[in-house]
Design a protein around this ligand. Structure first.
Ligand code: CP3
Length: 347
């Protein structure tokens, strides 16, 4: 089998024979074989076994026929190396045992040490680099999204403690953003050095901010991350998460190649809001996957018709897959995206 570079080409707005597709959170909970593995090991235990983490990464590539793999890991993994003690708790998500709230807490955060603390993740990437015939996307959590977990101590709806720090102690907030920005830069560099072929910065919860506060409190760090990583010769994706459509016009100057959209903004509107600067990735509402397959295909068709108006389009979901999504429907959707887009691009 020859290497499938259609995802990379689309990221760089090059010509493609069909629209590439992958799904956020494709590696994991939708797959009964994965759920069996989870009966024995926790997510963090799996990540410490590179062969097993690589096998889980490969499952959706084999079963769904997607055009990219995403590393089986979690955005929380590198924060262990900052000196944060956390767990991923079933039905809750990341839970921090020592949440950071004070200047001293922020002061104590160490720079990450990839060789000492994260070598298992690098080993997984090296195994995958040998095994894969599609690009491996690695990822990091963006500073706001990581900060929200570190400060709240668990998933939050209001981000009240995060915003309390941001509005009351902007100087401390900036120190935290700087440290988390450094973490991302060091971590992503190591991914790519070990064989990662693209990376996505997940800012899942930053849509909680107004554009003005995003520009003031977060954007400088996002800009710095992509600028300091601009020498890396791989596609770079920023995903500003759910409800981030209003932030798009503030993002036109970051040095990423691809912008991820949630389902609230169409692909063409996303392009308009960012002056056509980026390839676009998205944006089916994952919960549409609960509908009959013909309904799913109709939604996908509309997204594809819109997305292929300009070069640089990657089909994905507007947010992560939910555990109950059906593998059969995902397989059919993948085939549909490939075949329908190929027929339209030929015209
Ligand atoms: O295919 C993939 O994307 C697999 C790799 C991956 C995981 N987490 C594994 C995981 C990725 C890219 C992530 C990113 C992640 N983790 C994000 C950003 C993406 C998004 O959904 O916005 C966030 C916010 C987290 C934090 C996190 N990790 C939460 C909120 C949870 C629990 C809630 C949930 O979605 O289940 C996790 C646990 C987690 N990370 C699971 C998996 C497969 C599920 C639990 C498990 O299988 O043990």
């Amino acid at each position: 089998m020859t290497y499938n570079d259609v995802f990379t080409r689309a990221c760089y707005k090059q010509e493609v024979k069909h629209v590439p597709v992958w799904y956020m959170r494709q590696a994991g909970r939708t797959d009964p074989d994965y759920r069996k593995i989870k009966e024995k090991y926790s997510l963090l235990e799996i990540c410490r076994q590179p062969e097993l983490a690589a096998e889980i990464t490969l499952m959706p590539v084999k079963k769904l026929g997607v055009d990219a793999a995403i590393l089986y890991s979690d955005i929380m993994n590198p924060v262990a190396s900052l000196g944060i003690d956390f767990d991923i708790v079933k039905n809750i998500g990341p839970v921090i045992n020592n949440p950071i709230r004070t200047a001293a807490d922020i002061e104590r955060l160490r720079p990450i040490d990839v060789d000492k603390d994260l070598s298992h993740i690098m080993e997984t990437i090296r195994i995958l680099d040998k095994a894969l015939k599609v690009p491996l996307i690695t990822f990091a959590g963006a500073p706001f999204t990581i900060a929200s977990y570190l400060i709240e101590g668990r998933p939050s709806k209001s981000y009240i403690l995060t915003k309390t720090l941001m509005y009351n102690e902007p100087h401390l907030w900036n120190t935290l953003m700087d440290k988390l920005g450094d973490m991302v830069i060091t971590y992503v560099r190591a991914h790519i050095a070990n064989g990662g072929k693209a990376f996505q910065l997940f800012d899942s919860w930053v849509g909680a901010l107004s554009p003005k506060d995003f520009e003031k409190f977060v954007l400088p760090t996002i800009t710095r991350i992509f600028s300091e990583l601009s020498d890396l010769n791989v596609p770079k994706i920023y995903f500003p998460g759910v409800s981030s459509g209003e932030l798009l016009p503030t993002l036109t100057n970051i040095q990423s190649d691809v912008m991820g959209l949630d389902w609230r903004v169409s692909i063409s509107e996303g392009r308009r809001r960012t002056n056509g600067r980026f390839a676009m990735q998205g944006n089916l509402d994952p919960y549409i996957l609960t509908a009959p397959i013909d309904v799913i295909k109709q939604y996908a068709k509309e997204i594809i018709d819109d997305g292929i108006q300009e070069p640089g389009f990657i089909f994905n979901l507007g947010h992560g897959l939910f555990p109950e999504a059906s593998l059969d429907k995902l397989r059919e959707l993948t085939e549909f995206v490939h075949e329908y887009s190929a027929s339209q691009l030929k015209k």
